[in-house]
Design a protein. Structure first.
Length: 187
């Protein structure tokens, strides 16, 4: 799994860049309508899911532990597609989609971090991103009526912090790959 991630460190970092941009736009432009948020989130979840699926499928024969990455990617694609093609859903339904997605992503990231703990030094970055995703999901499940503005701020804060963590992890994977002569994935 580590070589798979190291080969595709750029996709990990790209996920982080998308998350960070999405989070900052949401935090600094909270007046954006809920429909615009749905489209922005749907695009983000779809791109994130496609990147995860591409990484998993690119090396599924070489890597026995590619399943959690594929699963998280498929969930992201499904949630992104539902969000993009059903924009008439209420804010509460969107909130539950986002919470379910964050919960599943968080579990997958923690599982991956545990598997990497003896392989790299900063695996805790991925584990911390997973814990953050689960806490974010819990807040959304427990307080769904907090209002659209609060939801925007929660989503923006989560995405910005997760983005920074994923960028840092991508750079750590790049360094590990260079130190262990891992050939980068073809782009």
């Amino acid at each position: 799994m580590l070589e798979l991630l190291a080969r595709n460190w750029g996709l990990v970092a790209l996920r982080g860049v998308f998350a960070l941009v999405f989070g900052l736009l949401t935090l600094f432009r909270p007046g954006v309508s809920l429909v615009a948020l749905m489209l922005l989130f749907g695009t983000y979840a779809l791109v994130d899911g496609v990147a995860s699926v591409a990484t998993a499928l690119a090396h599924h024969r070489d890597e026995p532990l590619w399943g959690p990455l594929l699963f998280g990617g498929v969930v992201g694609i499904v949630i992104g597609m539902i969000t993009l093609f059903m924009p008439g859903n209420t804010a509460l339904v969107l909130l539950y989609f986002i919470a379910a997605w964050a919960l599943l992503i968080g579990v997958a990231e923690i599982v991956a971090a545990v598997r990497l703990r003896k392989e790299i030094h900063r695996e805790w970055l991925l584990g911390l991103a997973g814990v953050l995703a689960i806490l974010f999901a819990a807040v959304l499940f427990l307080y769904p009526g907090a209002g659209a503005l609060a939801m925007l701020l929660y989503i923006g804060a989560y995405a910005a912090v997760a983005g920074v963590l994923l960028i840092a992890l991508g750079l750590e994977l790049r360094n590990w790959g260079r130190a262990h002569a891992v050939t980068p994935a073809a782009t």
